[in-house]
Design a protein around this ligand. Sequence first.
Ligand code: HEM
Length: 195
Amino acid sequence: MAKLFGNLHLVLAIGLALAIAVMIAFAPTAPVDANAVLRWLHVFFGIVWIGLLYYLNFVQVPTMPSIPAEQKPAIIGHIAPKVFFFFRYAALLTVITGLGVAGHGHGDQPGYLGRALTFSGAGNENLIGLGMWIALVMAFNVWFIIWPAQKKILGIVEATPEAKAAAAPRALIASRLNTLLSLPMLYCMVSANLG
Ligand code: HEM
C-alpha cells in the first residue's frame, strides 16, 4: 500500500482510470463528448494553477520572512522553481482548454467563443466572457510579469542586485492582483452554466 501511494505517477494513472470508468458508467445521461472532456481537463488545470497561486499567497510569501536565512535556499533553489513550472504551464493549459470549451459550444449548440469575448452573446455567454477576460489578464500576468520577475529573483537568469530588487515588488503586485481577480473570475466560471 505504502509502495503504491509512494508512486505519484501510478496514483495519477489509477485516478485517470477511475475517471474514465465514471465517464463510461454515466455516459447514457452525461454524454462524453469533446466538450465534457475539455471541461473536466479545464477544471483540473484551473485547480493546479489557482491552487499554486493560493499556496504562494497564503503560505510561501507570508512565511518567507520568518524562515532563517540559511534555510531560505531550500525554498528559492528547490521548492519555488518547481512551483513556478507547474504554475505557468497549468495557467497555459487552463487557457487552452477553457477557450476550447467555449469554442466547441455545448451539446449540439455551436461555439460561443467570439460572442462571449465581444460581449455580444445571449444569456450567460457574456458572464463567461467576463470570466474569460479576467482569467486572460491573470494568465498574461503569470507569463509576462510574474515569471520574468521570478526568473531574476530565483537566479534562473543573471540579474544585478538592483534588477532583483525591482523585480520583487512587480512579482508581488501581479501575484496579489491575480489573487484579487480570482474571486470574481471563479464566480463567472461557476455561474454561467452553459454546459
Ligand atoms: C483564460 C482562461 C479561462 C478560460 C478561457 C475559461 C473558459 C471557461 C469556459 C468557456 C467555461 C464553460 C462555462 C459554461 O459552460 O458554463 C468555463 C467553466 C469553468 N471554468 Fe474556466 N476559463 C478560464 C480560466 C479558469 C480558471 C483559472 C479556473 C480556476 C479553477 C476555471 C474554472 C472553471 C470552472 C470550475 C468551470 C465550471 C465548469 C462547469 O461547471 O462545467 N476557469 N471556463
